[in-house]
Design a protein around this ligand. Structure first.
Ligand SMILES: *Cc1c(COP(=O)(O)O)cnc(C)c1O
Length: 363
C-alpha cells in the first residue's frame, strides 16, 4: 500500500517481485557439464552445407507462421501418431508457458512431483496460478498415493511429469503415470525432453488418453541453440492452446536450421548413442567413489549425492579445477548434498572424474 506510483513496487505483481530470476552461471573457460547440452560439434563439411542453406533464407520476410514444412518433418522424426495435433514452441519452455496461459485463473493449480524441472513452478507463478509440488519417494520414484491424494484435493488444471525426470534422471513407472492420467481431471503433460536417451515414451499412446499431451524438444538431442519444442496431443486441446501462441514464434533461422539438422538425424541419434554409453561408464566410475551415492539415470546427466554438508565445497573445488557442473544443494530439501553432472565426451568425463578425485582428496 505504501509503494508510490511510478515505482516497480507499485505496479509489478507481488508474485513476480517474489520470484528469483533464473540464474545461468558464466562458464568462462570451464568444461561445461552443467546444462544437459550435447557435447559434440558438427563436422566442418556439415557446417558448410548448413551455411549454404542459410544463404537462401530471406530475413526481410516473416517466417511461415505455421512452420508447416518443419512441423511435418518433426512429426516424422518424433513419431507423432497420425491423428495427433502439434504445436511448436520457441523451446519447450514456451510451450509450458502457452499451456499455463491457456488455463490460468488465480484459483487454478499446476501440479508436479518435486524435485522436478523448475520452470513448471516458475511459469505457474508468472501466470498467476497456484503451484503444488508433491514430494517424490526417497528413491526419487513417484509417490503414487501422495500424487493421487494431491490430485483429488487440488483438481489441477495441468499435471507435469518429466519422463525421465530432471534433476533426478529417474524414469517414473509407466503404471503410475497411467493411473495419474486416468485420475487427473485436467491435462497430464508428459515432458519427454530426454527422449533421445531412453526407450520409454508415451508418444505412441496419445490416442489412448484424451487428456494426455506429450512435450518434446530438440534441445537435449543436440540443438539447444535453436530453441524449438513440440507439443503433441488431441487436436481439440491443441487448437485452443495454439491461440495463445505469438504468430511468428519459430523464426526463419530456426525453421531452416532445424529442417537441415533433421536431415542429419542419423548423426544426432549416433551422438545420443555415444552419450548413453558414456552415461553407463560415468555411473560406474562415480559408484566406485567412497561416500558417493549415484542415482540411476535414463537421461544425459547423472545425479549424485556427496557426504553431508560437502556439496558446495566439492562443487567449488571442481570449478577451481575447470569443471562446471550443477550444484543442487542450494535448492535444499531432497536436493541437499546433491550435484548433477551432464554426460560429456569421453575426454570431458575423464577430466571431470579426475577433478572429482582430486576435489575429494583435498577435502
Ligand atoms: C531442459 C528441459 C526442458 C527445456 O527444453 P527447451 O526446449 O530447451 O526449452 C524441458 N523440460 C525438461 C524436463 C527439461 O529438463
Amino acid at each position: 500500500m505504501s509503494a508510490a506510483p511510478k515505482s516497480p513496487q507499485f505496479w509489478i505483481r507481488p508474485e513476480i517481485r517474489a520470484l528469483k530470476a533464473y540464474h545461468v552461471p558464466d562458464p568462462g573457460d570451464s568444461i561445461k557439464l552443467d546444462a544437459m547440452e550435447n557435447p559434440y560439434a558438427w563436422p566442418a563439411p556439415l557446417v558448410d552445407a548448413w551455411l549454404e542453406v542459410l544463404r537462401e533464407v530471406e530475413l526481410n520476410r516473416y517466417p511461415d507462421p505455421g512452420a508447416r514444412a518443419l512441423t511435418e518433418r518433426l512429426r516424422e522424426a518424433m513419431q507423432v501418431p497420425a491423428g495427433a495435433g502439434i504445436v511448436l514452441g520457441n523451446g519447450s519452455d514456451e510451450l509450458i508457458q502457452m499451456l499455463a496461459l491457456s488455463v490460468a485463473q488465480p484459483d487454478r493449480v499446476i501440479l508436479a512431483p518435486e524435485p522436478t524441472f523448475v520452470m513448471y513452478r516458475m511459469i505457474a507463478e508468472v501466470a498467476g496460478m497456484c503451484y503444488q509440488g508433491v514430494p517424490l519417494a526417497e528413491d526419487f520414484s513417484l509417490d503414487l498415493d501422495a500424487m493421487l491424494r494431491a490430485i483429488d484435493l487440488h483438481q489441477p488444471a495441468i499435471v507435469f511429469l518429466a519422463y525421465p525426470n530432471n534433476p533426478t534422471g529417474t524414469l517414473f513407472g509407466a503404471d503410475a503415470i497411467e493411473t495419474i492420467i486416468e485420475r487427473a481431471p485436467g491435462m497430464v503433460v508428459v515432458d519427454e525432453a530426454y527422449a533421445p536417451f531412453t526407450d520409454a515414451t508415451f508418444m505412441p499412446r496419445l490416442a489412448e488418453y484424451p487428456n494426455l499431451l506429450v512435450l518434446r524438444t530438440v534441445s537435449k538431442m543436440g540443438l539447444a541453440g535453436l530453441r524449438l519444442g513440440l507439443l503433441a496431443g488431441a487436436p481439440e486441446w491443441l487448437e485452443e492452446i495454439d491461440k495463445t501462441r505469438l504468430p511468428y514464434n519459430i523464426n526463419v533461422l530456426t525453421q531452416a536450421s532445424a529442417l537441415f539438422a533433421l536431415e542429419h538425424k542419423a548423426m544426432l541419434d549416433e551422438q545420443a548413442g555415444l552419450i548413453r554409453a558414456e552415461r553407463s561408464r560415468l555411473i560406474e566410475a562415480l559408484s566406485a567413489f567412497e561416500g558417493i551415492r549415484v542415482y540411476p539415470s535414463e537421461a544425459n546427466f547423472v545425479l549424485f549425492r556427496v557426504a553431508e554438508g560437502t556439496a558446495d565445497a566439492v562443487f567449488e573445488a571442481l570449478r577451481a579445477r575447470g569443471v562446471l557442473i550443477k550444484n543442487l544443494n542450494p535448492a535444499g530439501g531432497r536436493m541437499r548434498d546433491c550435484l548433477r553432472v551432464t554426460v560429456g565426451t569421453p575426454d570431458e568425463n575423464a577430466r571431470f572424474l579426475a577433478a572429482l578425485e582430486a576435489a575429494l582428496a583435498a577435502d
